[in-house]
Design a protein around this ligand. Structure first.
Ligand code: PCA
Length: 323
Protein backbone atom coordinates (compact mmCIF):
# COMPACT_ATOMS: atom_id res chain seq x y z
CA UNK A 1 0.00 0.00 0.00
CA UNK A 2 2.75 2.37 1.08
CA UNK A 3 4.84 1.40 -1.94
CA UNK A 4 1.87 2.08 -4.18
CA UNK A 5 1.37 5.46 -2.63
CA UNK A 6 5.04 6.33 -3.10
CA UNK A 7 4.89 5.13 -6.70
CA UNK A 8 1.86 7.34 -7.31
CA UNK A 9 3.57 10.30 -5.68
CA UNK A 10 6.75 9.71 -7.66
CA UNK A 11 4.74 9.53 -10.88
CA UNK A 12 2.94 12.75 -10.03
CA UNK A 13 6.28 14.36 -9.21
CA UNK A 14 7.80 13.20 -12.49
CA UNK A 15 4.79 14.45 -14.45
CA UNK A 16 5.12 17.79 -12.64
CA UNK A 17 8.82 18.01 -13.48
CA UNK A 18 8.28 17.09 -17.13
CA UNK A 19 5.51 19.58 -17.74
CA UNK A 20 7.17 22.67 -19.24
CA UNK A 21 4.44 24.83 -17.68
CA UNK A 22 5.19 23.63 -14.17
CA UNK A 23 7.85 24.63 -11.67
CA UNK A 24 8.84 24.19 -8.04
CA UNK A 25 10.30 27.07 -6.06
CA UNK A 26 12.23 26.70 -2.87
CA UNK A 27 11.45 29.54 -0.46
CA UNK A 28 13.88 30.08 2.43
CA UNK A 29 13.07 31.81 5.70
CA UNK A 30 14.94 32.23 8.97
CA UNK A 31 11.88 31.99 11.18
CA UNK A 32 10.19 28.96 12.73
CA UNK A 33 7.34 27.06 11.09
CA UNK A 34 5.07 28.17 13.99
CA UNK A 35 5.79 31.88 13.47
CA UNK A 36 2.77 33.81 12.17
CA UNK A 37 4.93 35.01 9.26
CA UNK A 38 5.72 31.44 8.24
CA UNK A 39 2.10 30.31 8.61
CA UNK A 40 1.18 33.15 6.29
CA UNK A 41 3.87 32.05 3.82
CA UNK A 42 2.52 28.51 3.83
CA UNK A 43 -0.97 29.84 3.11
CA UNK A 44 0.51 31.93 0.27
CA UNK A 45 2.10 28.77 -1.17
CA UNK A 46 -1.23 26.94 -0.94
CA UNK A 47 -3.05 29.79 -2.66
CA UNK A 48 -0.50 29.75 -5.50
CA UNK A 49 -0.83 25.99 -5.80
CA UNK A 50 -4.63 26.24 -6.04
CA UNK A 51 -4.64 29.20 -8.44
CA UNK A 52 -2.14 27.54 -10.80
CA UNK A 53 -3.83 24.12 -10.48
CA UNK A 54 -0.67 22.66 -9.03
CA UNK A 55 1.58 23.95 -11.81
CA UNK A 56 3.62 26.11 -9.48
CA UNK A 57 4.65 24.56 -6.18
CA UNK A 58 6.35 26.65 -3.51
CA UNK A 59 8.23 24.68 -0.85
CA UNK A 60 8.67 26.71 2.32
CA UNK A 61 11.97 25.93 4.16
CA UNK A 62 11.71 27.49 7.65
CA UNK A 63 14.11 27.95 10.55
CA UNK A 64 17.32 28.85 8.64
CA UNK A 65 17.30 25.30 7.22
CA UNK A 66 18.03 26.18 3.59
CA UNK A 67 19.99 29.39 4.17
CA UNK A 68 20.61 31.41 7.31
CA UNK A 69 18.47 34.53 7.66
CA UNK A 70 21.35 36.85 6.80
CA UNK A 71 22.21 34.89 3.63
CA UNK A 72 18.74 34.55 2.16
CA UNK A 73 18.61 37.75 0.12
CA UNK A 74 22.01 37.08 -1.48
CA UNK A 75 21.04 33.47 -2.21
CA UNK A 76 17.85 34.52 -4.01
CA UNK A 77 19.66 37.29 -5.87
CA UNK A 78 22.23 34.71 -7.06
CA UNK A 79 19.52 32.19 -7.99
CA UNK A 80 20.61 29.61 -5.37
CA UNK A 81 17.04 29.59 -4.10
CA UNK A 82 14.09 30.83 -6.12
CA UNK A 83 12.44 32.74 -3.29
CA UNK A 84 12.94 33.89 0.26
CA UNK A 85 11.91 35.98 3.23
CA UNK A 86 14.06 38.18 5.42
CA UNK A 87 13.69 41.07 7.80
CA UNK A 88 14.02 44.07 5.51
CA UNK A 89 16.09 46.24 7.86
CA UNK A 90 18.82 43.57 7.86
CA UNK A 91 19.64 44.73 4.31
CA UNK A 92 20.41 48.28 5.40
CA UNK A 93 24.17 48.10 4.70
CA UNK A 94 23.58 47.26 1.05
CA UNK A 95 20.27 49.12 0.64
CA UNK A 96 20.15 51.98 3.18
CA UNK A 97 16.48 52.81 2.58
CA UNK A 98 15.59 49.28 3.73
CA UNK A 99 16.22 50.55 7.26
CA UNK A 100 13.46 53.15 7.13
CA UNK A 101 11.01 50.98 9.05
CA UNK A 102 13.40 50.57 11.98
CA UNK A 103 13.91 54.21 12.88
CA UNK A 104 12.71 54.55 16.46
CA UNK A 105 9.46 56.40 17.19
CA UNK A 106 8.56 57.37 13.62
CA UNK A 107 5.60 55.00 13.27
CA UNK A 108 3.22 54.84 16.21
CA UNK A 109 0.50 52.59 14.77
CA UNK A 110 -0.20 50.02 12.08
CA UNK A 111 -1.77 52.83 10.01
CA UNK A 112 1.52 54.76 10.21
CA UNK A 113 3.47 51.62 9.32
CA UNK A 114 1.23 51.11 6.30
CA UNK A 115 1.84 54.70 5.11
CA UNK A 116 5.55 54.18 5.54
CA UNK A 117 5.43 50.99 3.47
CA UNK A 118 3.52 52.70 0.63
CA UNK A 119 6.29 55.33 0.44
CA UNK A 120 9.13 52.87 0.87
CA UNK A 121 7.90 50.18 -1.52
CA UNK A 122 8.73 51.81 -4.89
CA UNK A 123 12.31 52.45 -3.78
CA UNK A 124 12.72 48.95 -2.38
CA UNK A 125 11.35 47.51 -5.63
CA UNK A 126 13.90 49.48 -7.63
CA UNK A 127 16.86 48.43 -5.45
CA UNK A 128 15.75 44.81 -5.43
CA UNK A 129 15.26 44.86 -9.21
CA UNK A 130 18.84 46.10 -9.63
CA UNK A 131 19.90 42.94 -7.77
CA UNK A 132 17.73 40.60 -9.84
CA UNK A 133 15.03 40.26 -7.20
CA UNK A 134 11.30 40.92 -7.40
CA UNK A 135 9.32 42.04 -4.33
CA UNK A 136 6.23 39.98 -3.51
CA UNK A 137 4.93 41.36 -0.22
CA UNK A 138 5.88 42.69 3.21
CA UNK A 139 4.30 42.18 6.63
CA UNK A 140 5.29 43.94 9.87
CA UNK A 141 6.22 42.38 13.15
CA UNK A 142 4.14 43.70 16.03
CA UNK A 143 5.56 46.87 17.63
CA UNK A 144 8.92 46.54 19.27
CA UNK A 145 8.98 46.59 23.06
CA UNK A 146 11.65 46.17 25.66
CA UNK A 147 12.16 42.83 27.42
CA UNK A 148 14.37 42.92 30.49
CA UNK A 149 15.52 40.69 33.32
CA UNK A 150 15.43 43.64 35.75
CA UNK A 151 13.37 46.82 36.11
CA UNK A 152 14.50 49.71 33.92
CA UNK A 153 14.10 53.20 35.31
CA UNK A 154 16.51 55.09 33.14
CA UNK A 155 18.99 54.55 30.33
CA UNK A 156 21.91 54.06 32.70
CA UNK A 157 20.28 50.81 33.91
CA UNK A 158 21.52 49.27 30.65
CA UNK A 159 25.12 50.13 31.31
CA UNK A 160 27.19 46.94 31.26
CA UNK A 161 24.24 44.69 30.39
CA UNK A 162 24.16 42.32 27.41
CA UNK A 163 21.59 43.50 24.92
CA UNK A 164 20.45 41.09 22.24
CA UNK A 165 20.37 42.66 18.75
CA UNK A 166 18.96 41.66 15.37
CA UNK A 167 19.73 44.60 13.07
CA UNK A 168 21.70 47.86 12.82
CA UNK A 169 19.14 49.85 14.80
CA UNK A 170 19.27 47.50 17.75
CA UNK A 171 23.08 47.44 17.64
CA UNK A 172 23.26 51.23 17.60
CA UNK A 173 20.76 51.56 20.46
CA UNK A 174 22.77 49.09 22.54
CA UNK A 175 25.85 51.24 21.89
CA UNK A 176 24.04 54.44 22.91
CA UNK A 177 22.97 52.78 26.14
CA UNK A 178 26.49 51.49 26.87
CA UNK A 179 25.21 47.92 26.75
CA UNK A 180 27.14 45.17 24.97
CA UNK A 181 25.35 44.22 21.74
CA UNK A 182 24.96 40.45 21.40
CA UNK A 183 23.84 39.11 18.04
CA UNK A 184 21.39 36.25 18.66
CA UNK A 185 19.18 34.74 15.95
CA UNK A 186 15.50 34.94 16.74
CA UNK A 187 15.24 31.17 16.96
CA UNK A 188 18.09 31.02 19.53
CA UNK A 189 16.80 33.58 22.04
CA UNK A 190 15.48 31.01 24.51
CA UNK A 191 18.80 29.22 24.57
CA UNK A 192 20.82 32.44 24.89
CA UNK A 193 18.67 33.53 27.84
CA UNK A 194 19.08 30.16 29.53
CA UNK A 195 22.85 30.38 29.11
CA UNK A 196 22.99 33.92 30.50
CA UNK A 197 24.31 35.33 27.21
CA UNK A 198 21.75 38.17 27.18
CA UNK A 199 19.91 40.34 29.73
CA UNK A 200 17.51 42.33 27.61
CA UNK A 201 16.32 42.95 24.06
CA UNK A 202 14.10 45.19 21.98
CA UNK A 203 11.69 43.05 19.99
CA UNK A 204 8.00 42.19 19.77
CA UNK A 205 5.93 40.47 22.43
CA UNK A 206 5.34 37.58 20.01
CA UNK A 207 9.07 36.95 19.73
CA UNK A 208 9.13 36.79 23.51
CA UNK A 209 6.28 34.28 23.49
CA UNK A 210 7.78 32.11 20.76
CA UNK A 211 10.97 31.92 22.80
CA UNK A 212 9.18 31.38 26.14
CA UNK A 213 11.24 34.17 27.68
CA UNK A 214 9.39 34.09 31.03
CA UNK A 215 11.69 32.99 33.80
CA UNK A 216 14.74 35.03 32.86
CA UNK A 217 12.68 37.93 31.47
CA UNK A 218 10.66 39.63 34.21
CA UNK A 219 9.56 42.87 32.52
CA UNK A 220 8.10 43.85 29.18
CA UNK A 221 7.83 47.59 28.48
CA UNK A 222 5.51 48.61 25.68
CA UNK A 223 7.67 51.32 24.16
CA UNK A 224 6.28 50.74 20.62
CA UNK A 225 9.60 51.72 19.15
CA UNK A 226 9.10 50.71 15.49
CA UNK A 227 7.39 48.16 13.22
CA UNK A 228 10.07 46.23 11.29
CA UNK A 229 8.79 44.31 8.29
CA UNK A 230 9.58 40.92 6.87
CA UNK A 231 9.78 41.02 3.10
CA UNK A 232 9.10 38.12 0.72
CA UNK A 233 10.73 38.09 -2.70
CA UNK A 234 11.57 35.94 -5.70
CA UNK A 235 14.48 35.72 -8.12
CA UNK A 236 13.45 37.92 -11.06
CA UNK A 237 14.46 35.33 -13.68
CA UNK A 238 12.46 32.60 -11.95
CA UNK A 239 9.45 34.91 -11.95
CA UNK A 240 9.92 35.96 -15.59
CA UNK A 241 10.11 32.28 -16.61
CA UNK A 242 6.49 31.73 -15.51
CA UNK A 243 3.66 31.89 -18.05
CA UNK A 244 1.72 35.20 -17.67
CA UNK A 245 -1.31 33.57 -16.01
CA UNK A 246 0.93 32.07 -13.33
CA UNK A 247 2.69 35.39 -12.78
CA UNK A 248 -0.70 36.96 -12.21
CA UNK A 249 -1.66 34.20 -9.79
CA UNK A 250 1.54 34.75 -7.77
CA UNK A 251 1.00 38.50 -7.54
CA UNK A 252 -2.64 38.07 -6.52
CA UNK A 253 -1.70 35.53 -3.81
CA UNK A 254 1.08 37.89 -2.65
CA UNK A 255 -1.30 40.80 -2.35
CA UNK A 256 -3.74 38.62 -0.35
CA UNK A 257 -0.87 37.44 1.86
CA UNK A 258 0.08 41.04 2.57
CA UNK A 259 -3.47 41.97 3.62
CA UNK A 260 -3.85 38.80 5.70
CA UNK A 261 -0.40 39.24 7.31
CA UNK A 262 -1.04 42.82 8.47
CA UNK A 263 -4.31 41.77 10.13
CA UNK A 264 -2.66 38.75 11.70
CA UNK A 265 0.22 40.87 13.05
CA UNK A 266 -2.26 43.09 14.92
CA UNK A 267 -4.10 40.11 16.40
CA UNK A 268 -0.83 38.50 17.43
CA UNK A 269 0.29 41.74 19.15
CA UNK A 270 -2.66 41.59 21.55
CA UNK A 271 -2.60 37.83 22.15
CA UNK A 272 1.11 37.63 22.80
CA UNK A 273 1.20 40.57 25.21
CA UNK A 274 -1.57 38.82 27.17
CA UNK A 275 0.37 35.59 27.08
CA UNK A 276 3.51 37.21 28.49
CA UNK A 277 1.37 38.62 31.30
CA UNK A 278 -0.26 35.23 31.93
CA UNK A 279 3.22 33.75 32.39
CA UNK A 280 4.12 36.28 35.05
CA UNK A 281 6.02 38.84 32.97
CA UNK A 282 5.18 42.35 34.24
CA UNK A 283 3.86 44.35 31.29
CA UNK A 284 4.50 47.99 32.06
CA UNK A 285 4.93 51.46 30.66
CA UNK A 286 8.29 53.14 31.07
CA UNK A 287 8.98 55.93 33.52
CA UNK A 288 8.68 59.50 32.30
CA UNK A 289 12.43 59.94 32.68
CA UNK A 290 13.33 56.89 30.64
CA UNK A 291 10.68 57.74 28.06
CA UNK A 292 12.30 61.15 27.50
CA UNK A 293 15.73 59.53 27.27
CA UNK A 294 14.77 56.94 24.69
CA UNK A 295 12.91 59.52 22.61
CA UNK A 296 16.10 61.58 22.53
CA UNK A 297 18.13 58.55 21.51
CA UNK A 298 15.55 57.87 18.82
CA UNK A 299 16.01 61.38 17.43
CA UNK A 300 19.76 61.01 17.50
CA UNK A 301 19.44 57.76 15.61
CA UNK A 302 17.10 59.33 13.00
CA UNK A 303 19.51 62.16 12.37
CA UNK A 304 22.43 59.79 11.91
CA UNK A 305 20.42 57.59 9.62
CA UNK A 306 18.98 60.39 7.44
CA UNK A 307 22.46 61.84 7.06
CA UNK A 308 23.88 58.49 5.97
CA UNK A 309 21.05 57.72 3.51
CA UNK A 310 20.72 61.14 1.91
CA UNK A 311 18.06 62.05 -0.62
CA UNK A 312 16.06 58.83 -0.54
CA UNK A 313 15.38 59.31 3.16
CA UNK A 314 13.83 62.70 2.39
CA UNK A 315 11.69 61.12 -0.29
CA UNK A 316 10.08 59.02 2.44
CA UNK A 317 10.11 61.36 5.38
CA UNK A 318 9.02 64.60 3.74
CA UNK A 319 5.74 63.11 2.47
CA UNK A 320 5.41 60.94 5.57
CA UNK A 321 5.38 63.98 7.83
CA UNK A 322 3.53 66.40 5.56
CA UNK A 323 0.76 64.40 3.88
N1 PCA B 1 11.14 39.63 15.98
C1 PCA B 1 12.33 39.42 15.22
C2 PCA B 1 12.50 40.70 14.47
C3 PCA B 1 11.53 41.67 15.00
C4 PCA B 1 10.68 40.88 15.89
O1 PCA B 1 9.67 41.29 16.45
C5 PCA B 1 13.53 39.19 16.08
O2 PCA B 1 13.46 39.44 17.28
O3 PCA B 1 14.56 38.79 15.56
Amino acid sequence: MKALLFAALAAAGAAHAQNPQSATWKLATGYRAESFHTENLVQFARDVDAATKGQLKIEVHPNNSLFKLGEIFGAVSAGKAEAGETIMSSLVKDIPIAGADSIPFVTASYADAQRMWQLQRPMIEKHFEARGVKVLYAVPWPPQGLHSNKPINNASDFSGTKMRTYNQTTIRIAEYMKATPVDVAMVDVNKALGEGRMDNMITSAVTGVENKVWGPIKYYYEINAWFPKNIVFVNARAFAALPPAQQKAVLKAASDAETRGWARSQAVMVDSTNELRAHGVKVERVSREFDAEIKRLGEKFSREWIRSVGNEANRIFVPYYTQ
